[in-house]
Design a protein around this ligand. Sequence first.
Ligand code: ADP
Ligand code: MG
Length: 267
Amino acid sequence: MALLKLESISLTYPGDECPAVANLSLSIDQGEFLAVVGPSGCGKSSTIGLLAGLTAATSGRITLQDRPILAPGPDRAVVFQDYSLFPWMTALDNISFALRESGRSKGKPAEEKAKKLLELVGLSSYSHKYPGELSGGMRQRVAIARAFALDAPVYLLDEPFGAVDAKNRVSLQDLLLKLWTGDGNKKTVFLVTHDIDEALYLADRIAVFTPGPGRVVKTVEVPFPRPRRRFFLVKDPRYIELRNEILSLLQQEILEELQQVEGGAGI
Ligand code: ADP
Ligand code: MG
């Protein structure tokens, strides 16, 4: 059953001429892990903003369980591309604050839970550091831990592992899978990534956004059974085929765009 639905969504930011998102329709099932790939500027982050309820669409309809999304809510945890931590709070306080604010836990239990989450993302010994004292990758891990702390049914993740080094990225991906399946009650994930392999490892389905105004060119089912094993996955001929299919979708769009520009310039 579709949980999140975008119906003919367009978004033009005030003062802009071109839409950031144009006529986008996409639905995501309850418990589905959807990855979105696409070149920069094609409206991926804007779509996250719309789903988060931070931005209003210029036209079209966005619903969560058939109810219009009009504002941010505790039912959606968001990790932004640029780690949005409070700079005046330590890593631990950033997380326990979120837990208290959301009403998930209070006082000491909030701090204990926050400690556990920091341990999960490998940052136990940095709990008393401020964001300014952490590397970009570490800040992002705190932001991820904070989002997971909220235990929301929907995760909206905007390139959450983009600034994380390869080793930590692998363990965070596995952590995300663990949190997604949770206690058997799967969460719904909308993950923007620029990494096709990450999308293929994690997702049930991949939406390929085209350059220019956001528009799904195609969604591709990822057929590999779970649990997936990286080592075997990347050697599977179907994996290589699917990866090439996505690459050619992206490249084809870029080529078409270039041809239009050249045509327009009279070359
Ligand atoms: P992506 O995440 O795919 O790289 P974005 O959604 O960030 O793409 O951007 C899509 C388009 O919208 C770009 O042309 C970008 O410049 C524009 N844009 C994004 N955010 C804003 C904003 N807050 N105000 C005005 N224009 C924006
Ligand atoms: Mg973006």
